[in-house]
Design a protein around this ligand. Structure first.
Ligand code: VGL
Ligand code: ZN
Length: 202
């Protein structure tokens, strides 16, 4: 068992990010058994859930003429336009059926404001609107995080970068993550995480 100041953060292991889903990440379901095993080692387990309204601004379908995976500029910066995914209440937004959810004490839902995306478990994509996770972890005495889940180069990386910026010790277990890898996004995310002091382990 890890000491009580360590927490496991499981990012977005949802049907739409697994094979057959709307924004499927290759091998997304392969990480689930390892994650389930890790949960038994941590006192504090947090799950995140991408949780968008149907009119969410990150969906290409809400920008007439825009192709999925193209870029736009939002008031808070560049934004990838994604296929419609993880719509609140749909099967695609549910956790993968094989993921254990009972060991988690907290589920953080993010991306629920139509006008702003939220990759990170800590802040929306403006990097200032908080989800509340920082306060939850600090008030429980957590200082050290292990991050796993989907996708390495988007929600896991943004979460790990924010964790480091907030002063948490952060480790990403890359073997318990899978990447989207859009235009070199995985290498870019790995470089940013290393530069920020995030430990990348297998
Ligand atoms: C994610 C793209 C859009 C993720 C969520 O979980 O990494 N990626 N929404
Ligand atoms: Zn999303």
């Amino acid at each position: 068992m890890r000491p009580a100041h360590e927490a496991l953060i499981v990012i977005d292991v949802q049907n739409d990010f697994c094979p057959g889903g709307a924004l499927a990440v290759a091998g997304g379901d392969e990480i689930i058994s390892r994650i389930n095993g890790l949960m038994g080692d941590f006192v504090t387990v947090v799950l995140t859930q991408d949780w968008h309204p149907a009119d969410h601004a990150s969906f290409a379908a809400n920008h007439p003429g825009a192709a999925p995976f193209s870029m736009i500029t939002m008031p808070y910066g560049p934004q990838v336009l994604w296929p419609t995914h993880c719509v609140q209440g749909t099967t695609g937004a549910k956790f993968h059926a094989d993921l254990k959810t009972d060991p988690a004490q907290l589920i953080v839902r993010k991306g629920f404001r139509p006008e702003i995306d939220s990759y990170s478990a800590f802040f929306e994509n403006d990097h200032v609107t908080p989800t509340g996770l920082e306060g939850y972890l600090r008030s429980r005495g957590v200082t050290t995080l292990t991050l796993v889940g989907l996708a390495t180069d988007y929600c896991v990386a943004y979460s790990a970068l924010d964790a480091a910026r907030l002063g948490f010790t952060a480790t990403v277990l890359e073997g318990a993550c899978r990447a989207i890898n859009l235009n070199g996004s995985l290498a870019e995310a790995q470089a940013k995480m290393r530069a920020a002091g995030v430990a990348l382990e297998t």
